[in-house]
Design a protein around this ligand. Structure first.
Ligand code: NAG
Ligand code: NAG
Length: 761
């Protein structure tokens, strides 16, 4: 091992190779609320880690993580003020107890030669990486409030630990705007092994991609509200995936080889699972299911799958009374169990073969849906990046950085360079124009804040980031690891306007790119300005935070969004108790592209006033696990005020559509689709948890009636397919032209209500 590393090092020297650009680049991130000389970027070697495969590096890595003493660790609820990137050069880092990742931390290894985190034989702890330690009987951070963190490019190795000693590779109960990318879990592959690779017991995720597992008893043991997981490979795991509980879950591109069980979901707390474009080989049982048709609750354990290849599979799906789906060597084009709603008919039982979706070529790469991981620019050197701070941007959350941000973006696009957005809070006072060819990558999660008089008028809304000078301009962009936001108030701000037409087969991409509206230091939408208001329809103008988050205009097309959290804050992240706030933002994600080609992979839009997702006059949209929440304050005020109906944006008109509808009708739509075709949704979790901050309404036992309606399909609708729809706290799950197609009470699941397949026809 050691010899190998020496050899690699010598070879690099001989070739004159440079380190990965992230190590070489000038580090000038500034955390305006982090204290004097706060260091954002940390290279573990600068803190004494050796990575030599011998030295115990645990303490050195901890220093890199935890310095200075204001990082968000034990007892801290959450905090954006002290961000960090903790970078690991290649090497084998021996660790003897857990590395805890503080809040707002990205732990990044060199992608060109992934560092190995290797447990010592006497390792003690719950995960080599423990993302949320149990100092008491509860995890340190409330799992549903853990946002903004990432671990990428590591090998996590437990093979030194005896196979029969309990060991966990990584403990990761977290939520939105978090990601794991490009990790390998290496465990002993003995018959008696009890190691677990990835363990998640709670949270509201989320997204992960490009994980491999080898050896181990249960390679991924997971419970969480919902997830999208893409490109996971399992080799020689006894059980590849243990699904402990969920409401919904979407797996894309699983490869399971040589397992006893592929997915164990026999637990009665498992709501539903969607699987597509996967290959299962040499496995005794692919899925262990607990589903019983017309059992109670009706739909618990629902499954839907499309394009699943079996090579030498013993049993496809086993159930409480024997085989449900045979194994063999074959391709399962389409199969489902649960409740279906076809056309305008009500819910009926489904268990068996289904016709797979007719997938448009525009969304495909060969015979699977197009997918693309976050660019890490491995082939570029430090000289290929232009720093925002070197260009004169202050990023202090106060100074007007409009000119400097515009200049660095224009210059980078003109010279084929990548903008490096050093950590900071960059205030812009007018629209930033993003030309085709722009690539921007952030250092942890820097923030662009639209602010000032330019963004005040909701009768003349203005974009903060305008991508492409007008709708229909050719070209593409790449954004990763940063946030666009506003600084209060900003009733006329459209955070992101997308106008480009990307080349076929090479769409624009957003990865770990978010909008975060309010709830953090620097936003001016926090407890002092916008503390929650209960029992009043009052709308405080200084708490109107945005007109719309993301707008894909009519002539635009070709945009791949992976792990994008489009969020209006429901609580103050910096507050010690995470106290709630009442802020208003009009519209979430609006796609009106006439030709489409949009992929929404593992994203969420939450707490927008009129709708979270709206597709109008569009087609060719792929989505996995669209997750939404209705604003907690609704219906006080309801969705009729303060945003006036803009017919050119096809806004919902609640004053009209709610006539004659009982209950809390004028509440935000989770998903609204108008005059559209060829929409393919694989997993949606659309939730309404509150009636003006009271949660009594959301449980099935109490009627699940926080609001009246959740999904609306209107006008000319063709080939719209929603698989695995989970709805909480809402009486009518799906409406077609104002008429309810199916009610929650027809489709009860574990906590949500579930329709495993809706097809408009
Ligand atoms: C599946 O596992 C077997 C046994 O370890 C191995 O020989 C084979 O190469 C694996 N196949 C794939 C596709 O990884
Ligand atoms: C409606 O939206 C369009 C498109 O963003 C905008 O140009 C127009 O100003 C808006 N009109 C009103 C009255 O809000």
């Amino acid at each position: 091992m050691k010899f190998q590393h020496m050899l690699t090092a010598l070879m690099s020297l001989a070739l004159g190779a440079q380190a990965y650009w992230m190590a070489d680049i000038k580090h000038q991130g500034l955390a305006p609320f982090g204290g004097a000389n706060y260091q954002v970027f940390r290279n573990v070697k600068d803190f004494g880690a050796k990575g030599d495969g011998i030295t115990d590096d645990t303490e050195a890595i901890r220093r890199a993580m935890n310095t200075p003493n204001n990082r968000c660790l034990q007892g801290c609820a959450s905090k954006t003020e002290t961000p960090a990137v903790v970078y690991f050069p290649p090497g084998t880092y021996m660790i003897s107890s857990s590395i805890v990742t503080p809040y707002y931390t990205k732990m990044i290894g060199d992608p060109t030669n992934r560092p190995v985190l290797k447990a010592t034989a006497n390792f003690a702890g719950f995960g080599l990486i423990d993302g949320n330690p149990y100092y008491t009987e509860k995890p340190n951070w409330v799992p549903v409030n853990v946002f903004f963190r990432e671990v990428r490019n590591f090998v996590i190795d437990t093979t030194n630990i005896p196979p029969r000693t309990a060991a966990t590779g990584m403990h990761w109960p977290t939520s939105q705007a978090t990601s794991l990318y490009n990790l390998a879990f290496v465990m002993p592959a003995t018959a008696d092994v009890v190691h677990v690779g990835l363990f998640i017991e709670e949270g509201s995720g989320g997204f992960m991609a490009d994980l491999t597992f080898q050896g181990g008893e249960s390679c991924a043991s997971m419970g969480n509200q919902q997830y999208t997981m893409r490109n996971f490979k399992f080799n020689n795991c006894k059980t590849a995936i243990t699904q402990m509980w969920n409401w919904g879950w979407t797996y894309i591109g699983l490869e399971i080889n040589n397992s006893d069980v592929g997915i164990k979901m026999a637990n009665s707390d498992v709501g539903s699972v969607t699987l597509l474009d996967s290959t299962i080989s040499n496995t005794k049982t692919f899925i262990q299911s607990s589903y019983t048709p017309s059992g109670k609750p009706d739909t618990q354990g629902s499954i839907i799958m499309e394009n699943i290849k079996f090579n030498n599979v013993g049993t496809g799906i086993s159930g409480p009374s024997g085989t449900i789906l045979a194994g063999g060597t074959t391709t399962i084009a389409g199969w489902g169990q649960g409740h279906q709603v076809l056309g305008t008919a009500g819910a009926t039982e489904l268990q068996g073969t289904i016709q797979p979706n007719t997938r448009p070529a525009a969304l495909m790469n060969g015979n699977v849906y197009y997918q693309k991981s976050k660019p890490q620019y491995e082939n570029l050197g430090a000289g290929d990046f232009l720093s925002a701070r070197s260009a004169g941007a202050k990023g202090d959350g106060v100074s007007d950085d409009t000119a400097a941000i515009q200049a660095v973006i224009t210059q980078a696009a003109a010279s084929n360079k990548v903008v490096y957005l050093d950590y900071g809070l960059y205030v812009v006072k007018s629209t930033v124009n993003i030309p085709a060819g722009t690539r921007i990558v952030g250092e942890t999660y820097p923030v662009i804040l639209g602010s000032g008089s330019f963004f005040q008028d909701q009768s003349a809304p203005k974009p903060v980031f305008k991508i492409g000078s007008q709708s229909g301009v050719a070209g593409r962009v790449e954004f990763s690891d940063f946030i666009v936001s506003t600084k209060g108030p900003a009733a006329g701000a459209i955070l992101v306007e997308y106008n480009l037409v990307a080349p076929a087969g090479n769409p624009s991409g957003f990865w770990d790119f978010h909008t975060r509206i309010g709830g953090f230091s620097g936003s001016e939408f926090m407890i002092p300005q916008c503390a929650k208001v209960v029992g009043s329809a009052n709308i405080d103008p200084k708490c109107i935070a945005a007109y719309m988050a993301v707008h894909a205009t009519k002539q635009s097309s070709g945009l791949y969004m992976e792990n994008t959290w489009i969020w209006v804050a429901d609580h103050d992240i910096e507050d010690a108790t995470n106290a709630q706030i009442t802020i208003f933002a009009g519209r979430g994600i609006f796609i009106e592209s006439t030709t489409g080609s949009f992929w929404l992979v593992g994203g969420a839009a939450e707490h927008f006033h009129l709708y979270n997702y709206q597709f109008a006059g569009t087609k060719n949209i792929f989505a996995s696990m669209l997750q939404t929440e209705t604003p907690y304050y609704q219906p006080l005020p309801n969705a009729i005020q303060p945003f006036t109906v803009n017919t050119s944006l096809r806004d919902p008109d609640f004053a009209t559509s709610c006539q004659g509808v009982s209950g809390n009708c004028a509440n935000s739509w989770g998903l609204r689709i108008i005059d559209s075709s060829d929409i393919f949704i694989y997993g949606a979790g659309l939730y309404s948890f509150f009636n003006n901050y009271n949660t009594f309404c959301n449980s099935i036992a109490n009627g699940a009636n926080c609001q009246s309606r959740m999904v609306s399909l209107e006008g000319s609708i063709k080939n719209v397919n929603i698989f695995d729809l989970s709805v909480i706290g809402t009486e009518s799950m799906i409406n077609r032209d104002g008429k309810s197609l199916t009610k929650n009470s027809d489709n009860f699941n574990t906590y949500a209500s579930n329709v495993i397949m809706y097809r408009s026809g």
